[in-house]
Design a protein. Structure first.
Length: 113
């Protein structure tokens, strides 16, 4: 009888652990699905507000400087949602935006003598 109680307790613990793991996996799957849906919505909005050449430039920039590309995307999305963008962003306009953002950084030059 003592062994039966211990065995039942072990089974109950394992079942609880399995249920907890399953709940965590389901939660992480739901979060991943939500993240993918949000990214798809972002990309759809960017397709609406940017010309293809500008989107390509931003995609290439994302490979090299993902934080800068993310910041530019966020700014463009905010502008579009607030109604301040009247036309699609061209490649030249994106270049100008990037130039202004990157020129804000100080350049450090080291001269060797």
């Amino acid at each position: 009888m003592e062994e039966d109680k211990e065995l039942e307790e072990i089974k109950r613990r394992k079942l609880m652990e399995l249920m907890r793991r399953q709940a965590l996996m389901q939660q992480s799957e739901e979060e991943e699905k939500r993240r993918v849906e949000e990214e798809a919505a972002r990309q759809a909005l960017l397709r609406q507000i940017m010309e293809p050449e500008a989107r390509e430039r931003l995609a290439r920039l994302r490979l090299v400087r993902p934080e800068l590309a993310q910041a530019v995307e966020n700014q463009l999305i905010i502008l579009a949602q607030s109604g301040r963008l009247m036309k699609k962003i061209s490649d030249g306009e994106l270049k100008e935006i990037l130039r202004r953002l990157t020129s804000q950084r100080r350049e450090i030059k080291i001269e060797r003598r």
